[in-house]
Write a protein that binds this ligand. Structure first.
Ligand SMILES: Nc1ncnc2c1ncn2[C@@H]1O[C@H](COP(=O)(O)OP(=O)(O)OP(=O)(O)O)[C@@H](O)[C@H]1O
Ligand SMILES: [Mg+2]
Length: 431
């Protein structure tokens, strides 16, 4: 293989030390790394050959903007930004690079299209129904029957996702639905969730158009505990890199509260999960990509909650690095470059991560992360995704979280103890 390939990285947010290390390691191999971002941050100096910045919500415009640049790329990839995966696929296609087909990325973005592909591939999923307005939502609930879940087709971080237990919950349905859409529309302006234009869906090859914000999916309620799996797929071979045991809110919202990594398998479970993942990737036609998949262990066996063709969000990149020593950003670039990789995934430590949730709705007045916490070797991933002055709140009005913090140890218990010590030192005030 030639050295000195040009790699384009697409992102909606800045990176951690470990991710910058991956870029520097790839540069050490003689490659050049370029960045395409939405301009919301200034990347660290000296890392990227060039920084292109554009409003990344405008998929078609970004493609044209990049086409008009003198640089052409040998690889295009992404870390986590879920909403940008179709753009990454379109760019990869434009330059003739290894990656997901645009329609494959779109099928991961739209939960409705995802369900249709998984159904075609005979992958176990809950019953589902697309609902384009409030009236259809009511009908959808009647058809799927309670208990069921309503979620936006283009959502992430469980924004606007809620459960309908029984007839009684229909009383709050309109309010819940309207609150959620209002929040999602606000997020669409902020950049986190957005709809594709008709011409953009045509460009991607979507035959059944959806609105990422106002279209909802009603799904049969799955009862059971939930895990997420970050896996790497190279030439169709699926390797599990990190399996996370999730702790989420209970009725009626589903925001994630905490997680343990690695997940401790029950007898025979690992093979079952591996097989389910392989069937899922085949059904979705994912051949060369990082993926983040969520699975629920229901009484009828494990079912797919959803998946993304990208690395898991929040702490996962750092946590998997702590636990296994593998840097998923580096591995994603290797896959995008077509460099054959072999993995030997071992557990080096146990971790527990807590999502820092606001205890009330208000405005962030101060965030204080003391030095003692930053220097604690048993604590990592102290990250806040909000800033002083930000408006934040709890469901049903808002679906915000402040950040997360992870503890590690030689056992899951020790990791939890360390995390608990750490979180006590964190001072955040909301007014
Ligand atoms: N059919 C279902 N039955 C039970 N719970 C569900 C169902 N669909 C979604 N959930 C719960 O809601 C959460 C969010 O749904 P989903 O993963 O589809 O959307 P998301 O917004 O991408 O979420 P996140 O980013 O939090 O993973 C799931 O992790 C799960 O806990
Ligand atoms: Mg999810």
């Amino acid at each position: 293989m030639d050295t000195g390939e040009k790699i384009l990285i697409v992102t909606g947010s800045d990176y951690t030390d470990a991710v910058y290390k991956a870029f520097n390691d790839v540069k050490e191999l003689g490659h050049k790394v370029y960045l395409l971002s939405d301009g919301s941050f200034e990347p660290r100096p000296g890392v990227f050959e060039k920084h292109f910045s554009y409003d990344l919500r405008k998929t078609k415009e970004v493609l044209d903007y990049m086409t008009n640049q003198p640089e052409k790329f040998d690889a295009v990839t992404i870390k986590t930004s879920e909403w940008l995966t179709p753009l990454v696929a379109l760019l990869a296609k434009q330059y003739g690079c290894i990656g997901n087909e645009p329609i494959v990325a779109f099928n991961c973005r739209s939960k409705y299209h995802m369900r249709k592909e998984l159904e075609k591939g005979n992958v176990p999923i809950p019953k589902f129904k697309l609902c384009k307005n409030y009236e259809e939502l009511v009908e959808g609930i009647r058809e799927i029957k309670t208990p069921c879940v309503a979620k936006p087709v283009g959502g992430n971080a469980s924004y606007g996702t809620f459960m309908i237990r029984d007839e009684k919950d229909l009383e709050n349905l309109k309010e819940n639905y309207e609150n959620s859409i209002k929040f999602l529309k606000e997020k669409a302006i902020d950049g986190d969730v957005f709809a594709f234009k008709k011409e953009e869906m045509d460009l991607i090859g979507v035959d059944d158009h959806v609105d990422m914000i106002t279209d909802y999916l009603v799904e049969e309620y799955m009862d059971g505990h939930e895990i997420s799996i970050d896996s790497l797929i190279q030439n169709g071979k699926v390797t599990m890199m990190g399996v996370e045991d999730q702790i989420r809110m209970t009725y009626p919202y589903f925001m994630q509260l905490a997680a343990r990594l690695p997940y401790i398998y029950e007898e025979g479970e690992k093979d079952v999960i591996q097989k389910l993942l392989e069937d899922t990737m085949k059904a979705m036609n994912i051949k060369n990509s990082a993926t983040h998949t969520e699975i629920m262990f229901t009484s009828q066996g494990p079912k797919i909650v959803e998946l993304g063709c990208r690395i898991g969000g929040d702490d996962l990149h750092e946590t998997i690095l702590e636990v296994t020593g593998y840097n998923l950003m580096y591995e994603s670039m290797m896959i995008a470059l077509g460099i054959h990789r072999e993995y030997d995934v071992q557990t080096k430590c146990h971790t527990m991560t807590t999502v820092i949730m606001p205890e009330k709705t208000g405005t962030i007045k101060s965030i204080n992360i003391p030095e003692e916490l930053k220097n604690n070797k048993n604590i990592f991933n102290i990250d806040t995704i909000v800033s002083v002055g930000d408006k934040i709140g709890t469901p049903p009005e808002r679906f915000d979280y402040i950040g997360y913090i992870s503890g590690k140890g030689t056992t899951p218990e020790e990791a939890e103890k360390n995390m608990n010590k750490g979180i006590k030192l964190l001072k955040i005030t909301i007014e």
